[in-house]
Design a protein around this ligand. Structure first.
Ligand code: FDA
Length: 392
């Protein structure tokens, strides 16, 4: 079997791997980029509803979930949202800011893949697609990777195979297996940015499937004010996806259905319109079906005028922190990302290199750094890929 040598082998031609390979190639390194998929950047192509939310202008380390909240600072500080945006503009890709600092292509996410492939071309990167890799060896100086029909070797190996969310796109947890084999720890991977499911009494809410409202959702100390959506399985929408990254099984989440209301709004409504009902008072702000379902569950007796201030105060309190106890999530099959991953404790935050295995790097979603919804995950992929490439 033939053997080929490179300066660096990057496993995974997704967002982080493409960026890392391109930058290292342009720094004069001979880079091989390997993927088992028949096309690079499959998640980029479907991202942002096909328009790729490629970064967020509000990128900051506190918008990432990690066992070490400081870890992402170095890479994010050196390769910023503005840097990727400058690249997008250099390629003449039209873009727009949607909400909350989220930048999307006007046209197609494929433009971002084309940009990255062109950057790889400029760096002379060799790309091996449809190339499942086999045995990975390390003799202390060089890594060897078995590919179909050949063995490739390099002093540097970059794990950029992402996390296991959306396996039908070819996602796997192989980065964790390789990391463990080299003695690196892995923080338990969990599905994140994922819809939550409801059962038991709360399954009744599933009849509201399709109803959405702007709420504040919280899990632990994390709070997000965005839209929540009832689904036939439970809860989704940006607010729920965001809290799902912080949610732990058997813990509740809380939803404030009226985030703009004053604390005593219901008592005020009673004074202004004593003949009105809770359902009508709620329907002034919330969709009808949601107002009806919440009023039914609060079961106040008739008109507000016939209800004590104390009962109204209790109802308002419940509406501002409605407790749901999800019985699970829709899992890796539907999760946009994975929280957890290769432990940051075993990596340099500057170079993403394993502290005890010189030459081994891990970047992107494979690492225990997970961004909020809104372009933060791609920004981490670009920044971590760029940071590792500086030392390949
Ligand atoms: P990524 O998953 O991109 O790449 C990993 C690569 O490794 C893939 O090409 C895969 O084929 C390859 N691979 C995996 N296992 C392998 C194996 N065993 N052998 C060989 N190759 C293997 N983020 C964001 O910021 N804005 C957005 O708009 C969206 N939208 C979005 C939509 C959907 C539906 C999903 C699922 C995800 C998003 N994301 C997102 C998240 C974003 O896609 C994700 O965080 C990045 O793609 C992670 O980049 P990586 O390069 O780390 O992994």
């Amino acid at each position: 079997m033939s053997s080929h040598s490179y300066d660096a082998i990057v496993l995974g031609a997704g967002a982080a791997g493409l960026m890392c390979a391109a930058v290292a190639g342009q720094r004069g390194r001979r880079v091989l980029l390997v993927d088992h998929a028949d096309e690079p950047g499959k998640k980029i192509i479907i991202s942002g509803g096909g328009r790729c939310n490629f970064t967020n202008v509000h990128t900051a380390p506190d918008r990432y979930v990690s066992a070490n909240p400081h870890f992402a600072k170095s890479a994010l500080g050196r390769y910023r949202a503005a840097d990727f945006l400058a690249l997008v503009e250099r390629y003449g890709i039209a873009w727009h800011e949607k909400t909350l600092g989220q930048l999307f292509c006007d046209g197609s996410a494929r433009q971002i893949v084309a940009l990255l492939l062109d950057q790889c071309r400029l760096g002379g990167v060799e790309i091996a697609l449809s190339s499942p890799f086999g045995e990975i060896g390390h003799d202390g100086d060089r890594f060897t990777v078995a590919l179909p029909g050949r063995i490739v070797t390099a002093p540097r190996l970059v794990l950029a195979t992402g996390g296991p969310s959306i396996p039908k796109l070819g996602a796997t947890g192989i980065a964790y297996d390789i990391a463990r084999r080299f003695g690196l720890k892995v923080v338990e991977p969990r599905p994140a940015l994922v819809p939550l499911t409801l059962g038991g009494d709360e399954a009744l809410f599933r009849t509201l499937s399709g109803v959405a409202a702007t709420v504040t959702a919280s899990a632990g100390k994390a709070r997000f004010r965005e839209a929540a959506l009832f689904t036939h399985r439970g809860l989704s929408g940006p607010a729920i996806l965001q809290v799902s990254s912080y949610w732990r099984p058997r813990e509740p989440i809380a939803i404030d259905f009226l985030p703009d209301a004053e604390r005593d709004w219901l008592i005020g409504a009673k004074r202004a319109q004593p003949r009105t009902t809770l359902r009508r008072a709620l329907a002034a702000t919330l969709p009808d079906r949601l107002a009806e379902a919440l009023a039914e569950r609060l079961a106040l007796p008739g008109e507000l005028g016939a209800t004590t201030d104390r009962q109204l105060d209790e109802a308002a309190t419940r509406l501002s922190a409605w407790r749901f106890l999800p019985n699970g999530s829709e899992g890796f099959a539907k999760a946009e990302v994975t929280v957890g991953g290769i432990s940051t404790a075993d990596l340099s935050s500057q170079t993403l290199e394993a502290r005890r295995v010189p030459g081994l790097h891990a970047i992107g979603e494979a690492v225990d750094v997970t961004g909020w919804l809104g372009g933060y995950n791609f920004q981490w992929a670009w920044a971590s890929g760029w940071a590792a490439a500086q030392v390949l």
